[in-house]
Unconditional design. Structure first.
Length: 74
């Protein structure tokens, strides 16, 4: 029983640290991530981003970018 309570306490403390870390870096990180994902390569004649090659990844990245635009640039 004590072992189970220790494991639960460790899990919750890890979740707390992760939550605090995400809240601290979210403000500067998400706008930087948005700009980085939409930056074209310098040597490219046309802009085809690396993550646009796979349809599933492209869909997920566009949803993340839409979230950033709605919550941080609005």
């Amino acid at each position: 029983m004590v072992f189970l309570l220790r494991m639960i306490a460790r899990g919750l403390s890890g979740l707390l640290v992760l939550n605090l870390f995400c809240r601290l870096i979210r403000e500067p990180f998400l706008p930087w991530f948005h700009d980085w994902m939409l930056t074209c390569p310098n040597s490219a004649a046309r802009c085809h981003l690396l993550w646009q090659r796979w349809p599933f990844v492209e869909r997920v990245i566009w949803k993340i970018l839409d979230y950033i635009e709605i919550h941080h640039y609005a």
